[in-house]
Design a protein around this ligand. Structure first.
Ligand code: AMP
Length: 437
């Protein structure tokens, strides 16, 4: 039998993260944790509880809730057939899932309203650029059930601004708008008025907006295209078309915001991309983000739970783009410091090693971060390593120190050395840790 051509060993393939996804590494993840921890603390003070949701859901859920005509659903979802051939999608947002969970878990039986928040990855097949990814992270909150009192809208926005304040996000601007109420038909009537005005100007619009004249005229107001701005300025404005109820509601929301000392700007073009919004809509921009400067969007969506098969339920919520939030914090100078260590244990000799292992355990138990080299290093090399990883102290343990019961502690920022007995070392470092953090 003849052998086929001899092939050399296959070169191992180099894998790369999929376009639009990225690894979040330390020390940056320290900042991510701080942001999530602060959200948890602030949202808890407003009575919100955490909900953890599936990453994938039936495609139909998003088609229903977000709208089959929206870009998110029609172009950007990662959808695939499960083995039983039902279509499932990676979630592009989480409000639909929260509403599904509210219905499925009978949360309408709980005292209303139910206040929930979530954090986690979302997936949209958008064109990646700074601040826009295909896997990105949101921190969101929803208030479901109970009344639609304007105080609820204002409190949700107040919570958001309190959170941004707590994490020192600089240069934020809150924009608000009311897009009317479909049940009272003021929104539908406005959309028709807008459609007519847009049809008259259709030849001056770009292809995306031309398509939206038929599918979703409100979205034309979102356009950032330079050539369309002058035309958009001449379009009819929603504020002039609100019914009496919606107008009173919008005025009351503004009053409630003022009562809470929340500063806002009105933006009549703020319509939001997703179909389910009504009445109050809002968006927050932050500095240092270029064109993708919206860090948060939200609004009221009273019909959504019902649309998904639940009872008539009021709803309002928001989603913060965590990636953009972090970018803005970094642009504002809040870079994460490399982790460093409190103590590097430089040990030499077998007796010293046993003591070093015990010392590492005790120091870690008292909350200090410790690096214990796994094999013996000459003291000079060990101290070099300690400096390289940014350790604050080196604990020097040779057989002499162990025999004497006196350990040497070297402060690596000023080079000073102290000799201390074992219990005093822990005490000294603990006190020092407290004063330096
Ligand atoms: P939305 O769910 O579209 O209302 O978006 C809410 C927030 O999520 C936006 O204001 C952005 O901060 C963020 N966001 C939306 N899409 C992306 C994306 N592709 N990449 C990064 N952040 C995003």
């Amino acid at each position: 039998m003849s052998e086929g051509p001899k092939r050399g060993p296959e070169k191992p393939r180099k894998f790369q993260a999929i376009k639009g996804t990225r690894d979040l590494l330390p020390p940056e993840t320290v900042l991510w944790n701080r942001v999530e921890q602060t959200a948890n603390e602030v949202f808890t003070t407003f009575g919100f509880g955490e909900i953890r949701l599936p990453i994938f859901e039936p495609t139909e859920l998003f088609a229903r809730a977000v709208g089959a005509d929206t870009d998110v659903v029609s172009k950007e979802m990662y959808s695939f057939d499960d083995r039983d051939e039902t279509s499932i999608s990676l979630r592009p947002e989480a409000t639909a899932s929260v509403c599904r969970a509210y219905i499925e878990n009978g949360m309408q039986q709980l005292p209303q309203p139910v206040r929930l928040y979530y954090t986690g990855p979302m997936f949209r097949r958008e064109r990646p650029q700074k601040g826009r990814y295909r896997q990105f992270y949101q921190i969101g909150a929803e208030v479901l059930g109970g009344s639609d009192a304007p105080a609820i809208d204002a409190e949700v926005i107040q919570m958001l601004m309190t959170f941004f304040d707590k994490i020192n996000l600089a240069g934020t601007t809150l924009y608000i708008n009311s897009i009317g109420h479909s049940a009272d038909n003021c929104r539908r009537a406005y959309v028709e008025t807008l459609r007519v005005a847009l049809q008259n100007a259709k030849d001056k619009l770009g292809p995306d907006s031309q398509r939206r004249v038929d599918t979703n005229p409100l979205r034309v107001l979102d356009s950032k295209l330079e050539s369309e701005q002058a035309i958009i300025e001449t379009l009819p404005r929603i504020a002039d078309h609100l019914c009496d109820d919606c107008r009173a509601n919008y005025a009351a929301v503004k009053n409630e915001l003022e009562l809470r000392g929340v500063i806002y700007k009105e933006n009549w073009r703020l319509v939001r991309g997703l179909d389910y919004y009504m009445r109050t809509t809002f968006e927050i921009t932050a500095q240092g983000l270029g064109s993708q400067n919206a860090v948060c969007g939200g609004g009221r969506y009273d019909g959504l739970v019902e649309l998904l098969g639940g009872p008539p339920t009021k709803g309002i919520g928001f989603a913060i783009g965590e990636d953009r939030l972090i970018l803005s914090l970094q642009e504002g100078g809040q870079a994460s410091q490399p982790q460093g260590r409190d103590v590097y244990i430089a040990w030499m000799g077998q007796r010293a090693y046993a003591t070093a292992v015990r010392a590492a355990k005790n120091l870690r138990n008292s909350g200090l971060s410790v690096e214990l080299p796994p094999s013996e290093l000459k003291f000079g090399k060990a101290l070099g390593q300690a400096n390289k990883i940014g350790a604050r102290y080196a604990l020097i343990l040779g057989d002499n120190e162990v025999a004497e019961g006196l350990w040497t502690l070297k402060n690596l920022s000023d080079g000073t050395q102290t000799k201390l007995a074992e219990p005093a070392v822990i005490q000294y470092l603990r006190e020092n840790q407290r004063s330096s953090r």
